[in-house]
Design a protein around this ligand. Structure first.
Ligand SMILES: [Zn+2]
Length: 240
């Protein structure tokens, strides 16, 4: 791991960080990084290197990039793509952590996937109990609400993606109003573009005033046609 960190910092292991000076011993880049990675804070690294606190602070300033996150140990490990698991204390690649813990690579804590799996298996009954208690206390409704909300967000993002891809989102589109429209979609209905983004005769835009709610069945049969033909839209439709 030390070698990985050194190469991420483009430091040769044998480079001398601090020359022997009086009582201060010689410190190589390898020793320097090793002391920081194995310490919870800079104070702990001081006796490992035999330097004074102020000398160590100067060396850090001179040889390392600005600290990101809270501790050198966590930050230096993240440079090597590693994080230490708070349960098994092993240093593991970031992708062996859940997505959330993975994204918080500059923060301490988080259990690796193996430890979480082990915990789930060992506490199966307890977790089952917790879940059923939660569901009894109104959690079921919360669960359904969340599922519904997440679904609307996904639909809204997918539509945005498709529209952007074909250049159908004008710069003045009101993204808040569009998202609001998707969020308010009644149960059993889908959001539809009145003028389809890729119509046969003309192409509509991904804007909130081009959106309508249709029942699922109506939306499926509509395809890329313009429907329903409201009275004031008719003059704009060219028939051949
Ligand atoms: Zn672990």
């Amino acid at each position: 791991m030390i070698d990985k960190i050194l190469s991420a910092l483009q430091l040769e292991p044998a480079v001398i960080i601090k020359k022997k000076y009086g009582k201060n011993p010689e410190v190589s880049a390898y020793k320097f990084i090793e002391a920081l990675v194995t310490s919870n804070n800079v104070y702990e690294a001081v006796p490992k290197l035999g330097l004074s606190r102020s000398t160590l602070d100067r060396a850090i300033k001179e040889w390392l990039p600005p600290l990101e996150g809270k501790t050198w140990s966590v930050y230096l490990k993240s440079l090597a793509g590693l994080k230490s698991c708070s349960s098994c204390k092993q240093d593991k690649p970031l992708d062996e952590f859940s997505f959330r813990a993975h994204n918080k690579s500059l923060q301490k804590g988080g259990d690796c996937r193996d430890c979480r799996k082990k915990y789930r298996e060992e506490n199966k009954e307890h977790l089952k109990d917790l879940k059923s208690k939660w569901l009894d206390n109104g959690g079921r409704q919360l669960n359904l609400d969340n599922q519904r909300r997440n679904k609307d967000i996904v639909y809204s993002r997918n539509a945005q993606y498709r529209a952007n891809k074909i250049g159908a989102t004008p710069p003045w589109a009101d993204h808040k109003a569009i998202a609001e429209f998707y969020r308010n979609c009644p149960v059993g209905y889908e959001v539809d573009h009145i003028f389809p983004l890729q119509g046969e005769l003309l192409c509509g835009l991904h804007t909130h005033d081009n959106l309508q709610y249709l029942t699922v069945a109506a939306n499926r049969s509509k395809g890329n046609k313009i429907y329903p033909l409201t009275h004031d839209l008719k003059p704009y439709i060219i028939t051949t």
